[in-house]
Write a protein that binds this ligand. Structure first.
Ligand code: UDP
Length: 235
């Protein structure tokens, strides 16, 4: 994908990767990549380096799906909200240690309460809001909690940089940057109706609901699509 890796696999395979990494005691950084992240990585070498060293990069966002289609690859969308929800269910089923980092204090508290009501056996070993000043202290607390799954909802690229650091500190942990997923779990942000999702228009729905997102998508998305067309012609 314009010089950055994207793994071609099904949703279930992406989940199986997480499970086997945990079973084998390996760390795994999962990036749910979208066009804004690709464009950012082109300008920011440190972020590009993190992407290149991530164990799993899955296609989030319809823009990535289209870019892959231009290269003749059919890839289903693996979005952060769905993927993190499936990982939480996996934690509950297998009694895995789960850590949650990110979002506003009231949001993370609501998420924890809701999840504990829904999954009686869920073992949340760490949770903290995403607005902290002492990053080292937070990372050390996470290390002590020894999570096997960490969902990090700080927005890109902050969440990817933190996870990259944590890879040096943890063992057997699947770590995913999940953007605004906690806001969705808490009910603060509504997901697009299913029909919009099926049509690949979730991004448009979110932009209508949160017009401040417009600046993130334009001109980044058209630039990304234009470059994807050029990329597909070259190869
Ligand atoms: N956030 C955070 N700490 C920060 C900046 C952002 O915890 O320093 C949270 C923010 O509250 C929101 C999430 O990160 O819950 C980012 O959501 P956004 O919608 O920007 O992410 P996207 O889903 O678009 O990647």
């Amino acid at each position: 994908m314009q010089g950055f890796p994207v793994d071609i696999l099904t949703y279930n395979q992406a989940l199986e990767c997480a499970k086997s990494a945990i079973d084998n005691g390996e760390n795994m950084q999962v990036v749910t990549i979208n066009p804004e992240m690709v464009e950012l990585a082109k300008k920011n070498k440190d972020f590009a380096n993190v992407l290149k060293h991530s164990e799993l990069v899955v296609a989030d966002g319809v823009g990535i799906k289209i870019a892959l289609k231009l290269k003749g690859v059919n890839q289903e969308r693996i979005g952060g909200v769905d993927y993190s929800r499936s990982l939480i269910e996996m934690c509950a089923r297998n009694n895995l240690r789960l850590a949650l980092l990110g979002a506003k204090e009231e949001v993370i508290n609501t998420v924890c309460q809701k999840l504990k009501c829904e999954f009686e056996n869920l073992n949340i070993v760490f949770s903290h809001n995403g607005y902290f000043s002492d990053e080292n202290a937070i990372l050390n607390e996470i290390k002590k909690a020894r999570p096997q799954v960490l969902l990090c909802a700080l927005g890109a690229p902050k969440q990817e940089f933190i996870i990259y650091r944590l890879k040096e500190m943890l063992q057997g942990c699947t770590m995913v940057g999940v953007g605004g997923s906690f806001d969705v779990f808490a009910g603060c942000v509504q997901r697009a109706p299913l029909m919009w999702q099926k049509l690949g228009l979730e991004w448009l729905y979110r932009t209508i609901k949160q017009p401040e997102r417009f600046r993130r998508i334009f001109p980044t998305l058209p630039i990304f699509l234009f470059e994807s067309i050029i990329d597909s012609i070259k190869k």
